[in-house]
Design a protein around this ligand. Sequence first.
Ligand SMILES: [Zn+2]
Ligand SMILES: [Zn+2]
Ligand SMILES: [Zn+2]
Length: 247
Amino acid sequence: MGVPSLGCRCRVCKSTDPHDNRTRPSVLLSRNGRHAVIDTTPDFRQQALRMGLERLDAVLLTHGHADHILGFDDIRPFNLRQKCALPLYASEETFNILRRTFAYVFDESPALSAIPQVTLHEVKGPFRVLDTEVAPVPARHGGIGVLGFRFGSAAYLTDFSELPASSRHLLMGLDDLILDALRDEPHPMHQTVEQALALVAELQPQRAWFTHIAHDLPHHETNERLRKAGHSHVQLAFDGMTLEVHI
Ligand SMILES: [Zn+2]
Ligand SMILES: [Zn+2]
Ligand SMILES: [Zn+2]
């Protein structure tokens, strides 16, 4: 829902620490002046403005929930500037949701104004974006499938409740693992902090970064708590955080 959560007066929502302001989760991958975005959130436009994004070369979608796709229409300026369709990588399950949610993009009715232009690439195995191999990491997110993505020494795994054994070997030897840790209270579709810590202990990345964080977790206090519990290599991610990734 983003933090502050609308109408909420809790201490995290009222916090003046910018780290406690959380737009919906996404990642921008950049290499040699080209860029790909993982998920077009309802905040995509603001996120792209904040990063000064001047071009976009690919879109990857993890799954079809509203908080990950509702900014899809805002790729249009890049279509117009670059005069081309953008490759869109996702599962067939996600494409089906996208076709329903953005019917005007896919129903082939004549458009009198600009609509997003994409070429659909169903992800069935590793693929290349920005001249870099990206490996999908399938997981379960309550009742639906979700794709994590591994690129070089880093992996991004948002919105999941269950990581099958077949996906775990794809996440060995990481420098940076960015993973879902919604809150402390159990949720049927997301990892808790405790569950995420157990997975970090198993996969042993050099560093882990929690994302998709609800307003239950204050940034600095939670990081301090993790440090005191002996997890100083595990911290909460925050808006605008950048990482260098070896590929
Ligand atoms: Zn709140
Ligand atoms: Zn979701
Ligand atoms: Zn989500």
